[in-house]
Design a protein around this ligand. Structure first.
Ligand SMILES: [Zn+2]
Length: 457
């Protein structure tokens, strides 16, 4: 019998797979992995990180994988609500070569030697494409991006197929992108299936409930008074949110929010309730407030001067971010991202300036834990008796601080530090001054965060 190298390899590979299955591990086949940024939007610790992994791409096909991954990402963001919230996400493509192209189709006797060992025909269902052994996936994720949130294993096979769970597995068939969007609802926003076949967990879900009571249902803010409950499936109710019987793998006793939804039928939009859950899931991991200036809790000592406070926020899709400034508990009229606060607006001593930002999107009607909001507070001290002020310090590379004291101190002045705004420790005393006096503190002390200048009596 004439055995080709290719078929010999397959025999060896089959033995490898059988041994691996026997001991419960998958043996990755070949490949040095590399990661590429597809959508850089900030530190991984502060964003939602999507990772797309190559499976069944040979080394020669990895350039194609990067194109496929880019297209997959674009497809994930092509629908509301994710389309409007892209800046909350990072995305990465991890390419790792497989020895052979494609995926296993055991029902047709087709086996491919691939890095993650993906296979169709799981549980006797041809389109059920998955990666049976997860450890190689975890190994790659921990190596490159341990802060992963959403994982898509992109299988280089054009036959329709996919599956969800902790990791999404999808093929290159164009319709599988809808599987990815549907599975994202499960993996990212804990949404349930709104169809009726399958095995129910029995748990209440953001979009499936057993409670047939409009005032108790989790999505009560979406049900109009005129909508009947339970809500019959009829053309007049097609666009209504209500309590439609049949959801979460049960034809009876469980209710879904809308006649149809992406969590029930591929190709349909997410319903209002599922969109709301997705937006809240985004904000649960990524704040609408990006940064504030000054960054420190104690802004400065303000005397006869002014200080600018700034916030940087994300940009919600439907309405501008609401920004409210509150000084000592009283709302101010300013609504912009910058606020110039003058000494005349402050009380002598300690003042508190707060800024609240909120996404008032119409996609969310119920936000009891204020996920769509964020705030920041500064303590602003006005030294009423002092005619001097300390300008914001800059830190030298060696850790020392350089700052100016500005104003008039006829009897001299003292620099003090504190870690708690209660106890102040003198660090240096200077003679009379009038104008600007520059100080570089020495020795270096990297731990000092709060300083003030006090004029001597
Ligand atoms: Zn839905």
């Amino acid at each position: 019998m004439n055995i080709t190298w290719s078929s010999r390899f397959r025999v060896v590979r089959l033995i490898q797979v059988l041994i691996a299955m026997a001991v419960g591990i998958h043996v990755p086949a070949f490949g040095q992995a590399a990661m590429m940024d597809l959508l850089p939007n900030g530190p991984a610790s502060e964003r939602i990180n999507i990772v797309i992994l190559s499976e069944g791409y040979t080394a020669a096909e990895l350039a194609q994988f990067r194109t496929d991954a880019t297209n997959t990402l674009a497809a994930l963001f092509s629908n509301s609500p994710l389309s409007g919230y892209q800046e909350h996400f990072n995305a990465f493509a991890i390419s790792v070569a497989s020895a052979e192209s494609g995926s296993d189709h055991p029902s047709r006797g087709i086996y491919r030697n691939t890095y993650f060992g993906s296979s169709y025909d799981n549980a006797g269902i041809a389109r059920y494409l998955t990666v049976p052994q997860r450890q190689p996936v975890y190994d790659i994720l921990y190596q490159f991006i341990p802060q992963y949130d959403i994982v898509v294993i992109l299988v280089n096979d054009t036959e329709y197929g996919g599956s969800g769970g902790r990791f999404m597995t999808i093929s290159k068939h164009s319709l599988t992108l809808e599987i990815a969007r549907h599975e994202l609802g499960h993996a990212f926003a804990s949404l349930g299936d709104e169809y009726t076949t399958g095995e129910s967990s029995g748990y209440e879900l953001p979009n499936a409930t057993q409670i047939l009571n409009r005032s108790l249902t989790p999505w009560k803010s979406w049900i109009a008074d005129a909508t009947a409950v339970p809500t019959p499936v009829s053309p007049t109710n097609d666009t209504s949110v209500g309590l439609f019987e049949g959801a979460h793998y049960n034809a009876a006793g469980w209710y879904r929010p809308k006649s149809n939804c992406k969590m029930r039928t591929l190709g349909v939009d997410y319903c209002e309730v599922c969109k709301e859950a997705l937006v809240k899931a985004i904000y649960a991991q990524s704040s609408p407030l990006r940064s504030q200036e000054p960054a420190a809790f104690l802004a400065n000592l303000v005397a006869a001067s002014s200080q600018t406070f700034r916030v940087k926020t994300t940009t919600p899709p439907s309405r501008p971010m609401e920004i409210r400034w509150i000084l000592n508990g009283s709302p101010m009229s300013e609504t912009g991202s910058n606020l110039v606060l003058s000494a005349a607006q402050l009380n002598p001593g300690t003042n508190y300036l707060q800024v609240n930002v909120a996404d008032r999107t119409s996609l969310v009607r119920s936000d009891p834990t204020a996920l769509l909001q964020a705030s920041s507070t500064w303590q602003v001290v006005l030294e009423a008796s002092s005619q001097i002020r300390l300008e914001r310090p800059t830190r030298l590379q060696d850790g020392r601080l350089v700052f100016n004291v500005v104003g008039k101190a006829a009897n001299g002045m003292r620099i003090e530090t504190s870690s708690n705004m209660t106890t102040w420790t003198p660090v240096a005393t200077y003679g009379p001054m009038d104008g600007t006096f520059s100080i570089t503190n020495s020795p270096a002390n990297g731990s000092i965060t709060i300083m003030r200048a006090v004029s001597l009596p």
